[in-house]
Design a protein around this ligand. Structure first.
Ligand SMILES: CC(=O)[C@@H](O)[C@H](O)COP(=O)(O)O
Length: 254
């Protein structure tokens, strides 16, 4: 089970809700993925006006835990304002802190990310923080009290997969809170690899919404996350420099 704050989840796959070709494909992909946590950009939602179209209107929101995110924020103050708006809408107390510091790479601003996370913790939110794969910053965020850290595999929407495996491994090893690999996942093997490394979960959007067949890709991602987790728990063999026969020289049973 994945525990975040007070809540537990069976699924370790979190899905973004943006950029699907149709509402129907979004709905079906979300169903097939068996995700329990959906994230969405508060800025893109008409959460207060029932007469305006709503990006989540086809989904049965009772079935999911909603993870609003602060996408679009460039400062801590903006992120905090967006989070308060999400909470005021009554949607939930969880928030994914996302403060972008660079328009080209969409990498997070470490200082503003930390400031926003600390402020939202003080206000009682369950805080999941999107961060780069910086090992020290991940530790500082954990020390500050965030409930999960979400290091990017690579820039949002890039589909590059895990660029810095070593940093991710350091972050996973040192963390006593959930590590959710977020952003840049391009294929099921990227998701499986993140899980094999010991990540507690994966959050992705573009790899599914932008796939030729988002529904089948959602299923592939579900299986990849499950398979990667199973492989991690089963414990992989160590890598060796030399070959080693698969059949023993002596009988197994004497
Ligand atoms: C939806 C969301 O939260 C994104 O900002 C997230 O980081 C996913 O990134 P990808 O689209 O690269 O999967």
């Amino acid at each position: 089970m994945l525990m975040i704050g007070e809540k537990s989840f069976h699924s370790r796959l979190m899905l973004g809700t943006g950029k699907y070709p149709t509402f129907q494909s979004q709905k079906k992909a979300v169903q097939v993925s068996e995700t329990e946590i959906l994230t969405f950009a508060v800025r893109r939602m008409n959460i207060f006006d029932e007469n305006e179209p709503n990006l989540l209107e086809e989904l049965d929101l009772q079935q999911y835990d909603l993870l609003p995110n602060t996408a679009g924020a460039k400062t801590a103050d903006e992120a905090v304002r967006i989070a308060r708006l999400a909470r005021a809408s009554g949607l939930c107390d969880m928030i994914k802190v996302e403060v972008i510091g660079c328009e080209k790479t969409l990498l997070p601003d470490p200082f503003e990310t930390m400031r926003a996370s600390v402020q939202l913790l003080e206000e009682g939110f369950t805080v999941l923080t999107y961060t780069s794969d910086d090992v020290v910053l991940a530790k500082r965020l954990e020390e500050a009290g965030v409930h999960a850290i979400m290091p990017g595999a690579s820039p949002i929407g890039s589909g590059q997969g895990i660029i810095n495996t070593m940093n991710l491994q350091f972050i996973i090893e040192q963390s006593d809170i959930p590590v959710i690999v977020d952003a840049g996942i391009g294929s099921p093997s990227d998701a499986a690899y993140a899980m094999e490394l010991g990540a507690d979960g994966v959050l992705l959007n573009t790899a599914v919404s932008g796939a030729k067949d988002p529904i089948r890709m959602a299923e592939a991602m579900k299986l990849a996350v499950q398979s990667g987790r199973l492989g991690y728990e089963a414990g992989r063999i160590p890598k060796r420099m030399d070959g080693m026969k698969s059949s023993p020289d002596t009988a197994m049973i004497e």
